[in-house]
Ligand binder design. Structure first.
Ligand SMILES: Nc1ncnc2c1ncn2[C@@H]1O[C@H](COP(=O)(O)OP(=O)(O)OP(=O)(O)O)[C@@H](O)[C@H]1O
Ligand SMILES: [Mg+2]
Length: 249
């Protein structure tokens, strides 16, 4: 195996919201690396800064201090236009709420980011992603004609198609039953194993986290530990170590 190279890094990443007495510190100086071709889960109590970390890493929100290096590019130094282009070309995002456009078919939704960028996917890659998606016969359907799990698989395919440097997924199985959740996690897992995609996923579920190669724990806006080659039990034990009760919802 080739030595691991970081796909994206946070250095001294700080984020606060508001000012004066209303000031909330969401990230208090996070240093973390996510290796290329690996699947990392981020876990931690509610309010620990998981979504903030993902949003700042993905260029969806600005940092208060510190830097985010995507390869050699420091996102915190880019202007709005450069950031928009970088996000479109090098970053994929999967949201808990799917965020598909209701008037577009599954196929149109999958292709939308590339269509907007005036690009077409390589036909073989499109075919491969559609195959992995397991929804070849549903491509002409509208989102409301698909189950939640099918919609989320379309959202994962939409993120995969431009072959981004990193896919961020914020609780992608949070709205799904366990079977649909397994299918979405399997799709993320196979994209990492078979095509070397880099994936960073926030989850509250130790079973979902066990699909990852590594779990990073956050508490109060700081890194609070890591678990390598996680199992549901080792993740649960690490979460308990943070003093998080009732994590296995
Ligand atoms: N737009 C905002 N304005 C003010 N405070 C915010 C904003 N977004 C997040 N925060 C605060 O920042 C802290 C971290 O929030 P964040 O959403 O990153 O947590 P989280 O770990 O994703 O939590 P959850 O597990 O509930 O999704 C919280 O205290 C939150 O209230
Ligand atoms: Mg969150």
């Amino acid at each position: 195996m080739t030595p691991p190279v970081p796909a994206i890094r946070a250095l001294g990443l700080t984020k606060h919201y508001g000012d004066g007495e209303a000031r909330v510190s969401a990230l208090a100086g996070v240093d973390v690396e996510f290796m290329r071709g690996r699947f990392t889960a981020i876990m931690g109590p509610s309010g620990s800064g998981k979504s903030t970390l993902m949003h700042v890493l993905a260029g969806l929100d600005t940092a208060s201090a510190g830097s985010v290096l995507l390869g050699e590019t420091d996102l915190t130094r880019l202007g709005d236009t450069e950031l928009t282009i970088l996000r479109r070309e090098r970053i994929g995002f999967v949201f808990q709420a799917f965020n598909l456009l209701p008037v577009l078919t599954a196929r149109e939704n999958m292709l939308l980011p590339m269509t907007l960028a005036g690009q077409r996917p390589d036909p073989e890659w499109l075919d491969d992603v559609v195959e992995r998606l397991g929804l070849r016969d549903r491509l002409a359907h509208l989102p409301h004609e698909l189950s939640g799990g099918q919609q989320q698989r379309v959202a994962v395919a939409r993120a995969l198609l431009p072959r981004p440097a990193v896919i961020f997924a914020d609780e992608p199985t949070g709205n799904l039953d366990s079977h649909s959740g397994e299918q979405v996690l399997g799709l993320l897992r196979s994209s990492v194993r078979e095509t070397g995609q880099t994936v960073v996923m926030v989850t509250h579920d130790p079973v979902a986290a066990s699909y990852a190669d590594r779990v990073v724990l956050l508490a109060d806006g700081l890194l609070a530990g890591e678990v390598h080659d996680p199992t549901p039990d080792s993740v649960l034990a690490a979460m308990r170590g943070l003093g998080v009760a009732a994590v296995a919802r």
